[in-house]
Design a protein around this ligand. Structure first.
Ligand code: SAM
Ligand code: SF4
Ligand code: SF4
Length: 347
């Protein structure tokens, strides 16, 4: 396929990859460190106290992030998701949110967090211009929560954080639940029961083979289809329309009017065909897929004094050449290969 000429700023976006997928969303990892050690993401044995995380100077500064985000917006990106690691470990995050919210073309800024520090930050984040929050909470059972978070934090603190977000008006709140067979699959009903009727949307995510250190096995993924059937048998649910093209969660509504629930079937029903997401790691590498093994170094260019035009050309070239559809190909692969870890580029 012939390569397109990248113009910056692209009039109305217009940047597409090799499968004609536009670039619409950017996930920005602002922090590689985390205060949890979820075994499916940052198992304690690997991320122990001597693990070398990035240094402050290795991470992109807020100025650098904003500069890049502005260029992405010029290509048609309108949604930003701030993630990590744990994004709330990054000091003064509200300042970054404020700067990002003033970029032309950005109309939605969301945050994904484990929620443990949320109560103290929710109001300032909202005031700075944050639009939505997704909180990860894998179980309401204290023992299961403990296992799923690697023995850190407390479910009650996460619930406090969720309450604070509700009060600050950052709605609707979504709850991400990674379901791992034999670990928390027995406790999904409690989560549904707790949040049904509150306006908070629980979304069950299939446990994925991100990175290489979680020793993923397909047998530990609970297919979304199975969960839909189980939940439907207890609280009847009906499929709902997508909110927008490329939405990753399949939406369902409780038939008794008690709200919405979602299922993200990344493993068993991949959605690469509508994937419009790019990811920026905390040290400034651009990844065009969650399962990529290599990224494009934007920090090096930034710090070498590259102009916006040069940065745009590099970003445009990376997206133009994008052929990623890992989840669709997963079933055909015999070897897991060398993939970047999720805490590093953000979920
Ligand atoms: N620390 C924040 C949090 O946990 O919400 C943000 C970063 S975390 C990497 C983003 C999302 O990725 C979380 O909802 C987490 O549950 C999910 N995640 C991490 N590892 C995963 C895996 N192996 N399979 C499916 N989802 C995963
Ligand atoms: Fe930390 Fe989030 Fe990964 Fe858990 S899923 S270890 S909270 S980055
Ligand atoms: Fe997008 Fe890659 Fe996930 Fe497919 S596997 S949906 S291309 S991030």
């Amino acid at each position: 396929m012939e390569e397109k000429i990248v113009k910056f700023p692209a009039a109305g976006g217009g940047l597409t990859d090799r499968f004609r997928r536009p670039l619409r969303d950017l996930r920005i990892s602002v922090m590689d460190r985390c205060n949890f050690r979820c075994p499916y993401c940052m198992p304690e044995d690997k991320y122990h106290k001597d693990f070398q995380f990035l240094t402050t100077t290795e991470r992109l500064s807020f100025t650098e992030i904003v500069k890049l985000a502005r260029i992405f917006a010029g290509f048609g990106v309108h949604k930003l998701r701030i993630t990590g690691g744990e994004p709330l470990l990054r000091a003064s995050l509200q300042d970054l949110i404020g700067d990002l919210s003033r970029i032309d073309g950005i109309d939605d800024i969301a945050l994904t967090t484990n929620g443990i520090l949320l109560a103290q930050h929710a109001a300032a984040l909202k005031a700075a211009g944050l639009n939505r929050v997704t909180v990860s909470l894998d179980s309401l059972d204290d023992k299961v929560f403990d296992v799923m978070s690697g023995g850190r934090g407390s479910k009650d603190k996460v619930l406090d954080g969720i309450r604070e977000v509700e009060q600050s008006g950052l709605l609707p709140i979504k709850i991400n639940v990674v379901v791992k067979k034999g670990l928390n699959d027995e406790t999904v009903f409690d989560l549904v029961e707790h949040f049904r009727g509150t306006g908070i949307i629980v979304r069950f995510i299939e446990y994925m083979d991100v990175g290489t250190i979680n020793h993923w096995r397909l047998s530990e993924t609970v297919p979304a289809r199975e969960l839909v059937e189980l939940i439907n048998a207890r609280w009847p649910i009906s499929p709902a329309e997508q909110n927008y093209h490329g939405e990753v969660a399949s939406r369902y509504m409780f038939e008794d009017g008690q709200g919405e629930i979602g299922f993200i079937a990344s493993v068993t029903e991949p959605f690469c065909g509508s994937c419009t997401r790019a990811r920026l790691s905390s040290d400034g590498k651009l990844f065009t897929c969650l399962f990529a093994s290599e990224g494009t170094d934007l920090r090096g260019l930034l710090r070498a004094g590259a102009s916006d035009q040069e940065l745009a050309e590099t970003i445009g070239k990376a997206w133009n050449g994008r052929e990623d559809r890992y989840s669709e190909l997963r079933a055909l692969q015999s070897e897991p290969g060398n993939k970047v870890e999720m805490y590093y580029i953000g979920g």
